[in-house]
Design a protein around this ligand. Structure first.
Ligand code: 6PG
Length: 488
């Protein structure tokens, strides 16, 4: 073996797009030697000669050389496009690996793919880890939130590196801990992204009320968001919203107002909504946030509809502006509580199904810093799970019971205002509907059951004997044979 291929690197990273490069530089800053590799090999030399110049980072020009340069057990992270590229790289690496080597997928992979890869690689005696990485380019460079899950035997080898490079919460705790087996890490990252969609939608709804209902300028709105960032809404997304509102294009006009109102999406929010449907969990706010992006993308159709469909006669707010600002702060805060409660409900359901044994307090801590949804509020969620790790719902935590109860008047009033002005607030209002539904001991589902039994003999249970399914011949015309009961 030439000195060129001596196993000297503590960590290997494949994929030199900006996230990959920044993560390598971050790992290097913490005293670990990293070997870089990229499918287009010229990129390796370019990286070594530029961004990685004067560091201890090394490179490889082939998979063989890459693997040979890693200390055992080899720890290598893939930061390539989610999907078939991950499978292809795994197959390319496999013939060169030994039992106990560790492959980490740091992309935004679907947790079901991660679960499948984990099972496949376990059969090959390779330790596979699917790791959620959040925080964008800056997070990768100076401290991301890391959500690793997969084969737990890999964790002791990764822990020193991952916890060193991860963001730190205000109390100094690393925003990285072991999430759980199989696809757990990518599932938690997916829910993070779904919540991110929800937070962004809530902010956008409030922005539209300010812009179209009240007529505030972008600078005026920027001042309100800046003020909110000092209170219960203190978060990265509120902070960047302030910057975005105040940002001027070269002509001095707000750039935001020139951006086409058609939101893109890469799929993680949609996957969260699909999982919610699959597991029967009412994660309504994320669902609405995904659909709001879908509606926004029907731009041309909406422009036609704006000329064809009538709105309310008065669409300008004439009430007490100071009160509306307070109401909207409460509405956004309460809706966030609902969204996070729903996200944790989904994780709890998946954790039970997959036996992941998720630690919700540590998930809140992992999201406390470094990631896109980082906020002061996640500290309160962590405290709630620290006080009761088996908390059935965040809404049962005394802190959040009090918060929603205090917020509800403003929340209801803000939604009424938006509705009367004809401004859509799907996320704010679905949150309130969930809150009201969740706190209702007797919902109207008895009517649905009766209708199902009436037209299709689908049976119903009586309040007095749950679990005992009955059928009634409602019209006297149908027979007494009933359909079987099953839950989708
Ligand atoms: C993160 C982000 C990131 C994601 C963006 C864009 O945690 O750093 O979640 O992983 O790529 O949120 O997602 P969409 O294109 O779906 O909006």
């Amino acid at each position: 073996m030439s000195s060129d291929t001596t196993a000297v690197a503590d960590f290997g990273l494949i994929g030199l797009a900006v996230m990959g490069q920044n993560l390598i530089l971050n790992i290097n800053d913490h005293g670990f030697k990293v070997c870089a590799f990229n499918r287009t090999v010229a990129k390796v030399d370019h990286f070594l000669d530029n961004e990685a110049k004067d560091t201890q980072i090394i490179g490889a020009h082939s998979v063989e050389e890459f693997v040979a340069k890693l200390k055992r057990p080899r720890k290598m992270m893939l930061l390539v496009k989610a999907g078939s590229a991950v499978d292809k790289f795994i197959e390319t690496l496999l013939p060169h690996l030994e039992e106990g080597d560790i492959i980490i997928d740091g992309g935004n992979s679907n947790y079901a793919d991660t679960q499948r890869r984990y099972e496949y690689l376990t059969s090959k005696r390779i330790l596979f880890v699917g790791c959620g990485v959040s925080g964008g380019e800056e997070g990768a460079r100076y401290g991301p939130s890391l959500m690793p899950g997969g084969n737990p035997k890999a964790w002791p080898h990764l822990k020193p590196i991952f916890q060193a490079i991860a963001a730190k919460a205000p109390d100094g705790a690393p925003c990285c801990d072991w999430v759980g087996e199989g696809g757990a890490g990518h599932f938690v990252k997916m829910v993070h992204n779904g919540i991110e969609y929800g937070d962004m939608q809530l902010i956008s709804e409030v922005y539209q009320i300010f812009r179209d209902g009240v007529g505030y300028t972008n600078d005026e709105q920027g001042d309100i968001f800046a003020e909110w960032n000092k209170g219960v809404l203190d978060s990265f997304l509120i902070e960047i919203t302030t910057d975005i509102l105040r940002f001027k294009d070269t002509d001095g006009q707000p750039l935001l107002e020139k951006i086409r109102d058609a939101a893109g999406q890469k799929g993680t929010g949609k996957w969260t909504a699909i999982s919610a449907l699959d597991y029967g969990m009412p994660v309504t706010l994320i669902g609405e946030a995904v659909f709001a992006r879908c509606l926004s993308s029907l731009k041309d159709e909406r422009v036609r509809a704006s000329k064809a469909l009538a709105g309310p006669s008065n669409c300008k707010f004439t009430g007490d502006k100071a009160k509306l600002i307070k109401d909207l702060e409460q509405a956004m805060y309460a809706s966030k509580i609902i969204s996070y409660a729903q996200g944790f409900m989904l994780m709890r359901e998946a954790s039970t199904l997959y036996k992941w044994n998720l630690n919700y307090g540590s998930i809140a801590l992992m999201w406390r810093g470094g990631c896109i949804i980082r906020s002061a509020f996640l500290g309160d969620i962590k405290n709630a799970f620290d006080a009761d790790k088996n908390l059935e719902s965040l809404l049962f935590a005394p802190f959040f019971q009090k918060a929603t109860s205090t917020a509800q008047d403003g929340w209801r009033s803000a939604i009424c205002t938006a509705t009367m002005l004809g401004i859509p607030v799907p996320a704010l209002s679905t949150a309130l509907s969930f809150y009201d539904g969740y706190r209702t001991a007797r919902l109207p589902a008895n009517m649905i059951q009766a209708q199902r039994d009436y037209f299709g003999a689908h049976t119903y249970e009586l309040e007095s004997s749950p679990g005992n399914y009955l059928h009634t011949n409602w019209t006297g015309r149908g027979g007494n044979v009933h359909a079987s009961t099953y839950d989708a």
